[in-house]
Design a protein around this ligand. Sequence first.
Ligand code: GAP
Length: 448
Amino acid sequence: MYPSSEIYGGFAGVYDFGPYGVELKNNLKAQWWQKMVYERDDIVGLDSAIFMRPEIWEASGHTKGFSDPLMECKDCNTRSRADKLLEDVGIFADEKMSETEINSLFSENKDKIKCPKCGKKNFTEIKKFNLLVKSNLGDFTNDNSEPVYLRGETCQGIYVNYKNVLDSMHLKLPFGIAQIGKAFRNEISPRQFIFRGREFEQMEMQYFTNPKDEMEEYEKLREYRWKAILDLGIDEKNLKWKKHKNLVFYAKEAYDIEYNFPWGFNEIEGVHARGDYDLTQHSKGSGKQLDYLDQESGEKFIPHIIESSGGVERLFFAIMTEAYTEDELGGETRVFLKFKPSLAPVKVAVFPLLKNKPELVDKAREIFEALKKEIKPMVFDDNGNIGKRYRRQDEIGTPYCVTIDFDTLVDDTVTVRDRDTGKQERVKAVELTSFMKKGIYESGNKIL
Ligand code: GAP
């Protein structure tokens, strides 16, 4: 990962993903799509646009209520989130508190709280700051007086397409709509690297239920998402559920799944029971009927929604943290990324033992090309000694390295070296593809 616009000094809260980063990110998104769409007969996919009519954000409550408590240090002008500074000294606060509530909580504790930059305790009053990012798309006024917003969450695109999808796919309740895409938030203090960014990706699934089934389906979804995260190779001891203490008024229940990051447990995704709030609001806002007719009972009602909402970057960060491993190999300390093989950015590296022996290079190329038809992505590396080539692959978490040596030319076998154990074994070249498929996709979690 690189900071966005790095050669110009970086751009706060925005990051670019390099060649290996994009592979890992794509694998995480593919695993999510696999679990949330392909393995479910009751969930379909969607790709809605980033830009939507501004009325959508009025109806959803975002133009008024989607804000964080902002305050400024009077000495160095650093802006901070008041709830986060309170949290840092062990006082529960969150963005859902009113201005009055958070100002009074802050004044009760003001002696404990310092500016994170200059250390002074001289702050302005706390004001709510709206997180929606504005743009001038289609707004040709000179003062941007008719702004449209970059979406603050992807799920609004799902709610406003509920009727389209229902009618075109002839679905019956309960059913879900899943989407992966960019979201934008004017975060006051983007921090902890990609954990809290201003531009990020969400993976959201909205599940439409009969109101009487909402809480039962909610429990099922919680369990399903927990298992899907474990299936990424995360150790269960590094995960926990956190129940929201301060619910938004329409929510019935909300839980976060938290991961044990280097600084402690923090949210990677949320599972929320949202009732009929979203469809009711969009029905009022658009003037369109968004209710559902149950063909069997003849009942008409607005479906209740449960959602699972995760951030790609946060999951990425969790997976990197989980994979980071140090051990001793050949008497030396080694650092490597112990990804579940199906998630690794590079699956297999192929090496000719010596770069200056054309017969070895040609044979290695032949094996590389044959394997590449089934296993992706792969790298071909003939640079430096074999030990160094292994270490390069360990550092990026490549599960297998294949070396072609002089014996290969005689008996058509190759050396396969395992990332986690460093052990080497001889495998027949004709059996290499099935060997790799088994090792990389053994859990049945086939990606790409
Ligand atoms: N539709 C519900 C919703 O958007 P949220 O808790 O605001 O709920 C859901 O966001 C997920 O999106 C979070 O669990 C997190 O993984 C990710 N997320 C939210 N804000 C983020 C940010 N500023 N940077 C990176 N990821 C973020």
